[in-house]
Write a protein of this length. Structure first.
Length: 160
C-alpha cells in the first residue's frame, strides 16, 4: 500500500502538468492581451483608453446593441455556435433513434415550426388552461399549483 500511494500521486501530478502545458501549447490566450492597449494614450492621463483603446476601435458597438463588451462578444459567438448545432441536429436524419442528437434536433425543429405553432394556437396547452379556468376556491388554486410543480412547471415561485 505504501508503494501505491506515491505512484498514484505521481500519475496525478503528471496528468495535471500535461493538462496545463497542453493548454498553453495550443496557443490559448491567457490574461491581459497587449494587442488591446492603445499605446498612443498615456496611462496616467486616461488608463481606460490606454488599456482598452485598440479593442474599442476594433470592436465597435453593433447597431442592434446599446453597448458592447467582451462578454457580449462571447455570448453572441456562443449563440451563433449553438444555433448551428441545433440546426444541424434538426437536419440530421441519420441520428440514431432515441439519441440526444435526435431528441435535440426534433425539439428544435418543432419549436421553429411557426406555421404549425400558429395553426395549433393554444390547443397543446388547453388542458393546463382548463385546469386554471376551473379554479374556484383557494384549495383549487393550491391543488393546481402543486400539480404544476409536480410536473416540473414552476408557477408563482421556484425552489431550486
Amino acid at each position: 500500500m505504501k508503494r501505491i500511494a506515491p505512484f498514484i500521486l505521481g500519475i496525478a501530478l503528471l496528468g495535471i502538468i500535461m493538462t496545463i502545458s497542453s493548454a498553453y501549447a495550443e496557443g490559448n490566450a491567457r490574461g491581459i492581451d497587449p494587442k488591446n492597449f492603445d499605446t498612443t494614450v498615456s496611462p496616467c492621463q486616461d488608463f481606460f483608453e490606454f488599456a482598452n483603446g485598440n479593442w474599442l476601435k476594433e470592436n465597435p458597438v453593433p447597431p442592434a446593441y446599446s453597448s458592447w463588451s467582451v462578454d457580449d462578444e462571447m455570448r453572441e459567438r456562443n449563440n451563433v455556435m449553438l444555433h448551428e448545432i441545433l440546426e444541424n441536429a434538426a437536419k440530421d436524419a441519420a441520428a440514431p433513434k432515441g439519441s440526444n442528437l435526435q431528441k435535440i434536433g426534433d425539439f428544435f425543429a418543432v419549436a421553429m415550426d411557426s406555421v404549425k405553432i400558429e395553426k395549433e394556437g393554444d390547443t397543446p396547452i388547453k388542458p393546463e388552461l382548463d385546469k386554471i379556468a376551473a379554479i374556484k376556491t383557494l384549495a383549487d388554486l393550491r391543488n393546481v399549483i402543486t400539480g404544476f410543480h409536480a410536473e416540473g412547471n414552476a408557477v408563482l415561485f421556484n425552489c431550486g
